[in-house]
Design a protein around this ligand. Structure first.
Ligand code: TYM
Length: 336
């Protein structure tokens, strides 16, 4: 508890082109619930290097992402928005937690299996211990709640297991976090293959709407989205492509599935897809404009980056010192 409020932590990787899935599954919810919590939102650049990155591109993407958090509506005076790599306590706690995590647990992580298959030439130890760094991110801030999309649930479960294991040895050191899933949009699927999640690493760019896509591209991708031959607008698992589009439309407009079905009763898929495109563009185009406006103000952003790194560092180091003491590392000796 900080100032009578519970604590929230979440983060996003500055890798690849962010998709509408990242926005609807995570960022949008962050904005909705941020007033209720003390929030830490990290650009998790240390996670990004589990896959090879071009340095200049990584730096640029990290800054764009940090700016997007603010552009989406997170006030950086009230929410701690910072780069993970600016707070070295993340790496230090991750090392400690590595010693409280079992190989067998990490072997079961589906994201590791997927990424290892995709990057068979670079199955590095960081890719394997990635969930431990994620646990360190969350536990450093004693987060009560972690808003993520469904694909991160398994990582949240291992975080809880690690926290409970540590607490069972050393007492109540860590808050055991709860996951927060949005009501709609927790798993946005590919527009080209509704059995796969929309992903920034998808080889087919038509499967994903990127946050930086212009309106024409958004409209075109929605128009080309895979549906079915039924021709009737219903919200059903038997029509997964259509269901995904309805979910996107719901998440963008706040309407219920019933309202959407009624709105498009008797109308064709073409009309509906155009409406989905319009609804997505109505969110993304202003977001892009605000991002560009903020990005131009270098001094403002640099100030935010400096202040928030200090703020995050303060809380992170508080937990880290406590952990170091518990496990028996020698106390620091202060100057007399
Ligand atoms: P990342 O960067 O892959 O994704 C960021 C957030 O977007 C959500 N998301 C989706 N939601 C709905 N539908 C989709 N198609 C979709 N694709 C992505 C993700 O669930 C996530 O919430 N390991 C994390 C980053 C991370 C983290 C953390 C998150 C590192 N440390 C601590 C929370 C707490 C990741 O790679 O997310």
């Amino acid at each position: 508890m900080l100032d009578g409020k519970k604590t929230l932590f979440s983060g996003m990787q500055a890798t690849g082109n962010l998709t509408l899935g990242n926005y609807l599954g995570a960022l949008k919810n962050w904005v909705t619930i941020s007033d209720e919590y003390n929030c830490f939102y990290s650009v998790v650049d240390m996670h990004s290097i589990t896959v090879r990155q071009d340095p200049a591109t990584l730096r640029k993407r990290a800054r764009t992402l940090l700016t997007l958090y603010i552009a989406a509506g997170l006030d950086p005076k009230r929410n701690c928005i910072y780069y993970q790599s600016h707070v070295s306590a993340h790496a230090e706690l991750a090392w400690i937690l590595n010693c409280f995590t079992y190989m067998g647990e990490l072997n079961r992580m589906t994201q590791f299996k997927d990424k290892a298959a995709k990057h068979a030439d670079n199955i590095n130890a960081g890719l394997f211990t990635y969930p431990v760094l994620m646990a360190a991110d969350i536990l450093l801030y004693q987060a009560d709640v972690v808003p993520v999309g469904i694909d991160q649930m398994q990582h949240l479960e291992i975080t809880r297991d690690i926290a409970q294991r540590f607490n069972s040895v050393y007492g109540e050191v860590f808050t055991v976090p709860e996951v927060y899933l949005g009501k709609v949009g927790a798993k946005i699927m590919s527009l080209q293959d509704p059995s796969k999640k929309m992903s920034k690493s998808d080889e087919n760019p038509n499967g994903s709407i990127y946050l930086m896509d212009d309106k024409d591209t958004i409209m075109r991708k929605c128009k080309r989205a895979v549906t079915d031959s039924e021709g009737v607008i219903r919200y059903s698992d038997e029509q997964p492509g259509l269901k995904n589009l309805i979910d996107i439309y719901r998440a963008c407009t706040g309407k219920t599935a019933d309202e959407v079905v009624r709105e498009f009763d008797g109308r064709g898929y073409g009309d509906f897809k155009a409406a989905v495109g319009e609804a997505v563009a109505a969110i993304l185009v202003p977001l892009q404009e605000e991002q560009a406006r903020l990005a131009a103000d270098k001094a403002y952003l640099d100030g935010i980056i400096r202040e928030n790194a200090e703020r995050a560092g303060y809380y992170a180091n508080k937990t880290l010192r406590k952990v170091q003491k518990k496990i028996g590392f020698p106390e620091r000796v202060r100057k007399a």
